[in-house]
Ligand binder design. Sequence first.
Ligand code: HEC
Length: 180
Amino acid sequence: MKNFIALVSILFSTSVFSIDIAPYQEGQRLNNKQASELQQRYKDREQQPWKEITSSGAIKTHKNAELIQYGIQVLDKTAETIGPLSKDKSKRYSGNALNCSSCHLKGPSQLPGTMHDALPFTNVSNDYPQFRSRGMSVITAAARVNGCMTRSMGDGKILPLDSVEMKSILAYYDWLRRRY
Ligand code: HEC
């Protein structure tokens, strides 16, 4: 019974690293008091060590393997998957020939955003949602993706939250988090 309860609590708990932002909502503007309260929670969180990802092999056996692989394709072959070179015109979200991995470089594993000091994605799922004093609001990983879509990707269009492309990018970020 004890083991069963432990298993259930593991299945239902979110990552030990992600912070619970309740009662605040993603995107919500916070006042000073709420902001310092949320920042304190963030400060109390355990720090992430850097760990080199050397292989993408483990993705194959993951239950979301297909989605994660598509996320990698979107990030690494952005121009031809969701950009001007996409065969499917309805998928032409980004406006230039860059790939996300042009800036978020690939490390030894050849996975996008795994190079130390080159804008890695390895902690995105741990670091967001996050409070940003710039707009006094809670910002999500999806909003950061769309920040790059509209600013770095040649005046690109935002990826809708319910699009398979956004879901696949976030699934890949989640997979990267599980490496720790
Ligand atoms: C021209 C270079 C460039 C390209 C191309 C680019 N980004 Fe970025 N991205 C950046 C920079 C620079 C930052 C860091 C900005 C900052 O420090 O706030 C960033 C930050 C991010 C972050 C937040 C990371 C974190 O840990 O805070 C995410 C997520 C992200 N980008 C996703 C993407 C995605 C997805 C694409 C492709 C659709 C993309 N980026 C394409 C330059 C780029």
